[in-house]
Design a protein around this ligand. Structure first.
Ligand code: SAH
Length: 341
């Protein structure tokens, strides 16, 4: 049996051919599965023999939701995978539509010191179906269209790039989820060779880079990947991405009290980024239990923001989605996994 959520349109067509079916049937199956949310393939508008063959060969790998936390701005879902591993996803409810934040790995190996996900080491990459399944569960649960996709849940998406590219292709399918590529954002801690690979792919999603420091010395103290790739290399790769795809790059900057939030850091960041087609997304730090870091006070964040603005850098501030249900950024899974062990 093949999991249909794991197949891009081209791979489904290929599979149908192998089964002696017309590849063009993909054009009937995919709108039914992703557009009409069909899980029972016997309800497809096709001949009996075809339906028997299809339902005998395909299934849709639905995820099991074990916990859901609801708040005004964001709902958090905890899923148990078929091997028992836990992952989480967030539905962000913006005025302009619904956005799903998907996880790409079970745990994460990047080891950022401020991040709850890094505390639980990576177990494995998620399959395409497990990523698509997160969106499909939430799509069904809310009953509304999903307008945007943030590939910035647990895990480092560029470490699972082949599967993530398939996810992006499936999410874009016009008669399916129909999430436009301009509404898909991928966030990375800066795996340089993979940024070039993404730039060469046919999926020009928005690229967000977790910078969090204006120089390598400081960055190394909070992000171990800074020992592998310098800021200069990351900026070169991100600029190449930006030029090739005509996209503005987002640099994420989490405000850590007394660590990376000084006026000097802001000026250094402004000087570093001013030649680029980019903007900075300032993120309020969401401390997890036992974290050695705190979020910068509001006045400090505003001071930092003002310096960037004065220097002509575009700045946005991420709302603390999910924080009111104490479930931002890997905390739900971290808490549950710990209490299950
Ligand atoms: N591995 C990818 C995507 C996952 S994290 C990356 O590093 O970009 C998504 C964003 O949330 C990253 O910018 C990450 O640094 C940030 N983040 C992690 N833990 C956080 C926390 N506790 N509070 C606020 N932001 C956090």
């Amino acid at each position: 049996m093949t999991d249909i959520y794991g197949l891009t349109p081209a791979k489904l067509a290929e599979k149908l051919k192998e089964l002696g079916e017309k590849p063009s049937r993909a054009g009937i199956i995919l709108p039914a599965v992703y557009g009409e949310l069909l899980t029972d393939l016997t309800a497809l508008p096709l001949k009996k023999e075809t339906i028997e063959k299809l339902s005998g060969n395909f299934f849709s790998g639905e995820l099991e939701c074990v916990k859901k936390l609801v708040s005004d701005s964001a709902d958090k879902y905890l899923f148990r995978l078929s091997d028992g591993d836990l992952i989480e996803s967030v539905l962000m409810k913006h005025e302009f539509g619904h956005n799903v934040c998907v996880s790409t790995q079970v745990g994460c190996n990047m080891g950022c010191r401020f991040c709850a996900s890094g505390k639980l080491r990576k177990v494995r990459d998620l399959t395409v179906s497990e990523m698509v399944g997160q969106i499909m569960y939430i799509r069904r649960d809310t009953g509304t269209r999903i307008n945007g996709l943030s590939i910035m849940g647990i895990g480092e998406p560029l470490e699972n790039l082949a599967n993530v590219l398939d996810l992006i292709e499936i999410a874009q399918y016009p008669k399916g989820l129909d999430i436009g590529v301009k509404h898909i954002t991928l966030s990375t801690c800066g795996i340089v060779p993979k940024i070039y690979e993404l730039a060469d792919s046919s999926s020009p999603v928005n690229l967000a880079v977790s910078l969090h420091a204006p120089n390598d010395g400081l960055r190394r103290t909070i992000m171990p990947t800074a020992n592998r790739y310098s800021i200069a290399e990351i900026i070169k790769a991100a600029s190449c991405y930006s030029e090739k795809n005509n996209r503005r790059i987002t640099f994420e900057y989490v405000m850590l009290d007394g660590v990376n939030d000084s006026d000097e850091c802001a000026s250094e960041l402004a000087a570093l980024l001013s030649p680029l087609n980019c903007y900075v997304n300032i993120i309020r730090y969401n401390p997890s239990d036992g974290s050695e870091f705190r979020c910068s006070p509001h006045e400090r964040i505003m001071g930092f923001y003002d310096i960037l603005k004065k220097n002509g850098i575009g700045v946005t501030m991420r709302r603390e989605l999910g924080a009111s249900v104490n479930a931002a950024c890997g905390q739900l899974r971290a808490g549950t996994a710990a209490s299950h062990k």
